[in-house]
Design a protein around this ligand. Sequence first.
Ligand SMILES: Cc1ncc(COP(=O)(O)O)c(C=O)c1O
Length: 385
Amino acid sequence: MLPCQRHLFDIPDDVAYLNCAYMSPLMKPVIEAGATGFARKAHPWELTPEKFFTGADEFRTTAAQLLDCPADCVAIVPSASYGIATAARNLPVRKGQTILALDEQFPSNYYPWQRLAEENGASLKIVPWPEDHDWTAAVLSHLTPDIAIAALPNVQWTSGGRLDLVHIGEACRRLGAALALDLTQSLGALPFSVRDVQPDFAVAANYKWLMGPYTTGLLYVAPKWHAGQPLEENWIQRANARDFASLILYTPNYDEGARRFDMGERSNFALLPAATRAIKQLLEWDVAQISLTIGAMNRQLAGAAAELGFSVPPEPLRAPHYLCLRKKAGIPAELPETLARQKVFVSVRGSSIRVTPHVYNSAADAERLILCLRQSVPLAGSPVK
Ligand SMILES: Cc1ncc(COP(=O)(O)O)c(C=O)c1O
């Protein structure tokens, strides 16, 4: 397990920040990488044309290591919604077919599929909340021959429920269904391998578990879709982009692999080096170690919360890094503010308190949360559900 890494972050001792699923804090070296990149535009004469490509390719190579795929399969996107929209633009669905999603799925991974289904005379099927916490079994039982696309996460974001994507991927391939993934609440904190899961598309926003800046993200595109249609037609996706003098010699050809799906201005000189630096740190820590470290913290928290009457899905049905504490009577709606006044930071999502620590948290942070819950939750509050 990893020792506490708080020294790499600017988190005051009296702040117990247990809300990585909302937004991770930036590490000091990530801020430095971003600041150096931002300052580069003070001297635009030094921003030579090849710099539009080197930073982007470094990001691609680093992201590919995390995803366990070739760098050619990674596109640079600004958000999860952009990646999902790219998948929805390219995955075919016919009249009478079905797109599968989960109950309470994050909106960025719901609306594009709702629209795609509507536009093609298809329907959206929602996997209901499994009372036994087993999202994998629930998905497998809904994978019927009419499914054209399974649009899923690795972790259901309001329960912390974990999906076994290796088994789900196999089942999709047996049916001929495409698999489109939103990994925003898992990549970087839960081991994942493109080689094992074999999705068609997989996206993650960088600002949570990838510890990068806001408005950056990565998109895996399987080789079979590399001839697909990007959302935008911009100059840097094209085969002749490296020759700035010849950009108006318009070409029908795109750059190689998934680069055609890159967003416009993808060579962001401030954000991209910061995003790359953050993923390099995750690789150095090793995602399996990160998962073990956060998992141990959450196991202790889950035990203490259970004594206070919260229900917690059992492992391995819940993801180790993602703890959702439920109470039948509901969660006082004012709880996050009550805790924030004591500088303890968590979220309320649906009818649960979402606790998502990371390697910057100490045992003292966890103890403070439990103390605050002991004082605050038995008090009457307006139930959320
Ligand atoms: C599961 C999930 N996906 C995606 C996002 C972010 O989506 P977007 O990048 O489209 O803003 C979030 C943010 O909370 C999320 O929880």
